[in-house]
Design a protein around this ligand. Structure first.
Ligand SMILES: Cc1ncc(COP(=O)(O)O)c(C=O)c1O
Length: 406
């Protein structure tokens, strides 16, 4: 008898499904395609020479080198957690190293928090649209998503309050340069989110993946910073996810969760059971690289990405037909396009790959309720400015033609 995999594989695991557009987007990797589809940093901006010397210096140091190749504690290296605590303080968040767990990227933090806080049928509030990877992590627990609409200042507070009033106690939110829209919350909206969460005893999972990539010199306090715990290390409404993926290199796989102590204590046990700890050598390298390169390297990233953002916005302004609107992000890597209602962005992607030789991500995948069929995510991070301009010009011409056909 054949193995009956569908009986063996548990329902939670069967809840994970492959993205329909993944195959289509494989085409985006071809050199003739100008790709606005990727969600990754520009590899040309990785500080290769600095990494070379950081690794070499580490291995030239007999004691530190050997220590970095050994097992280490599940919480993460104390010196790295202290660096994170000091960095959080520059944004106004007062926390302690016992509030920090080092994770394998922010993505593992999302997975672990999903396993800690979600179960089948439990509600979780997400932005509409939201980060697809978060929904993938959470969906393994088969929660019930409650979508909240957004405007240019953040989530609609009446909808957030209604979700909490209806029993939701967890919200996953990204207040800075959100993936996929590039939008940020205003200070007033941040305070209102916290007020309403506190009113219902709800927890906010704050994704701060892009918070350092601010291009207009603005840096608002995070929800974590606004969540004043009065020095009580066990208190707090906000759990924040951080990462070095957007500022150093994603391949380090160094992220972190900042949370009240009782949460960290649970997560540490899960980390021990799951994979013991994050790579010691990569933690050591991340610490040394951040110490050596920040803030100068981040300033360089800001200049490079700002130029690309400006190039894409100028091209959109110059070429997009009436009826197409887009966000004007002050940071991050993404611009969010809203097309005329009659254009399905998945169909448009097929034509764009074939005719305009341009790739983007259709927006529907980022909506928990599968709405947003006329939306698209454009990344300006990886293409060179001249290709950004010509790619947007070709995409705009295609949209004009498709729109006129209907
Ligand atoms: C909003 C957001 N959160 C989390 C992540 C995961 O980042 P990492 O696991 O590389 O730290 C990403 C990656 O693209 C992201 O865009």
């Amino acid at each position: 008898m054949d193995v009956q995999w569908n009986d063996l594989i548990v329902r939670d695991a069967r809840a994970l499904t492959a993205s329909e557009i993944r195959d289509l987007l494989k085409v985006a990797e071809r050199p003739e395609i100008t790709s606005f589809a990727g969600g990754v940093p520009d590899p040309a901006l990785f500080p290769l020479g600095d990494f070379n010397s950081v690794y070499r210096d580490l291995m030239d140091d007999d004691t530190a080198g050997r220590r970095s190749l050994q097992y280490s504690i599940s919480e993460g290296l104390p010196a790295l957690r202290q660096w994170i605590v000091d960095d959080l303080a520059t944004n106004g968040a007062v926390r302690d190293i016992s509030n920090i767990l080092i994770t394998c990227g922010a993505q593992q933090g999302l997975d672990m928090l999903g396993r800690l806080l979600l179960e089948a049928g439990r509600q979780i509030v997400v932005e509409k649209p939201t980060y697809l990877g978060a929904m993938q992590a959470f969906s393994m627990r088969r929660p019930e998503y409650v979508g909240v609409d957004m405007d240019d200042d953040g989530p609609i507070i009446a909808q957030l309050e209604a979700a909490f009033a209806n029993g939701a106690r967890i919200a996953y939110l990204a207040p800075d340069f959100q993936n996929p829209t590039g939008r940020s919350y205003s200070l007033e909206r941040r305070l209102a989110v916290l007020d309403v969460a506190r009113k219902y005893g709800a927890v906010i999972l704050e994704d701060a993946a892009y918070c350092k990539l601010s291009y207009d010199g603005t840096s608002l306090p995070s929800l974590l910073a606004l969540d004043d715990t009065g020095g009580d290390l066990a208190a707090g409404t906000v759990i924040q996810l951080g990462t070095f993926s957007k500022t150093l290199a994603p391949a380090l796989r160094i992220g972190w969760v900042t949370a009240p102590r009782p949460v960290i204590e649970r997560l540490v046990l899960m980390k021990q059971a799951g994979d013991l700890h994050v790579s010691t050598v990569n933690q050591e390298v991340a610490l040394r690289a951040a110490g050596r390169l920040f803030p100068g390297h981040i300033d360089g990233l800001r200049d490079a990405y700002r130029h690309k953002r400006d190039t894409m916005l100028a091209a959109l302004d110059d070429f997009m037909p009436d009826g197409v609107t887009y966000t004007r992000p002050q940071g991050g890597m993404f611009i969010w396009l809203t097309l005329p209602e009659n254009i399905d962005s998945r169909r448009l992607l097929e034509l764009a790959l074939e005719e305009a030789k341009v790739a983007f991500v259709p927006g529907q995948a980022f909506f928990c309720d599968h709405s947003g069929t006329n939306t698209a995510r454009l990344s300006f991070a990886t293409e060179k400015p001249d290709r950004i301009r010509s790619g947007i010009e070709r995409l705009a011409a295609l949209i004009k033609r498709v729109h006129n056909q209907y």
